[in-house]
Structure formats: structure tokens, C-alpha cells
Design a binder for this molecule. Structure first.
Ligand code: SF4
Ligand code: SF4
Length: 145
């Protein structure tokens, strides 16, 4: 069983911070994605987020898709059940700037399709003129219910 969470600064010499953690870094993965440039790109992002347990964040101007999914090797006591064969990314990850403190701060962070669409509406042109032989039609962004 894991020890009750302590403050990082209270870690004693020889102790490992992970012993006090609920394996936060093993419960998601994030992939860089192309920066959305037009409303179709935002439609795709909105679609990603409709699947649930997905977030978007921006760090150093790079957009990331974050998938909230537990690694299948997390043991009931939050230790790694595949320690000897864990992937390189797990081996090279350190506690130095890890998620332990819950103090992550992103340039941008979106948790729902509504949020990303609200952002798209705010930064994209609201209406475009569409040429038509009959008349000029105004095309507005779809309004979400
Ligand atoms: S590296 Fe950090 S987030 Fe991951 S298990 Fe250890 S303390 Fe928790
Ligand atoms: S393999 Fe182990 S260290 Fe890597 S994400 Fe899974 S539980 Fe965490």
C-alpha cells in the first residue's frame, strides 16, 4: 500500500517520491498535433474531444492531444507491474518536474468539445462571404446546442 501523500520538500534522503504517488504519470499520454489553422481543423479537435477522457493543451506554442488512460501495468498499489520491461519513456522519466504536485500550468488547456469550439469561435472569422450566382450568402459557424 502506498504511503500517504507528503509535500515534495518533506521527502527524506533515500526516499523515492513515487512511493507517495498514485502513479499520476502512468495515467495519461500526450502526443503533439498540428496547430489548428482553420475551422475544419477545429472541427477535428472538437471531434477528438467528443470521445471523452481527452484534453488538449498548448505548451511553447505546440498543441498536444492528451489521452487520459491508465497504463495496464499499474498495480493496485500504484507500482509498475512491468518494471523490468517498462518502455524507455518510463525509464527516462524523472520526478524532477513530474505531475506529483498537481501544479501543471499550460498556455492553453481545453477539457471539452464546447471549450475548444468556444475558442475557435473567438479567434476564427465569424462569417465568410460565399460567392453565389444568385446572391451573396453569409456562412456562419455552426452554433452548438
Ligand atoms: S514520476 Fe512523479 S508522477 Fe510519476 S509516479 Fe513518480 S512521483 Fe508520481
Ligand atoms: S509501464 Fe510501468 S512505469 Fe510505464 S506507464 Fe506503465 S505502469 Fe507506468
Amino acid at each position: 500500500m502506498r504511503k500517504q501523500k507528503i509535500k515534495r520538500k518533506d521527502l527524506k534522503p533515500g526516499e523515492v517520491l513515487c512511493e507517495y504517488c498514485t502513479a499520476k504519470c502512468c495515467r495519461y499520454f500526450a502526443l503533439p498535433i498540428e496547430t489548428p489553422k482553420d475551422i475544419e481543423d477545429f472541427q477535428h479537435l472538437r471531434w477528438y474531444m467528443m470521445h471523452g477522457r481527452v484534453s488538449l493543451f498548448v505548451e511553447d506554442d505546440v498543441w498536444y492531444l492528451m489521452v487520459h488512460a491508465d497504463c495496464k501495468h499499474i498495480l493496485p498499489d500504484n507500482r509498475c507491474g512491468a518494471y523490468e520491461t517498462r518502455p524507455t519513456i518510463c525509464r527516462t522519466y524523472t520526478t524532477e518536474n513530474c505531475e506529483y504536485d498537481d501544479d501543471a500550468c499550460y498556455e492553453k488547456f481545453f477539457e471539452s468539445p464546447e471549450q475548444i469550439w468556444e475558442y475557435a469561435e473567438a479567434i476564427m472569422p465569424q462569417k465568410k462571404k460565399k460567392k453565389s450566382r444568385k446572391k451573396n450568402k453569409e456562412v456562419a459557424l455552426p452554433v452548438l446546442a
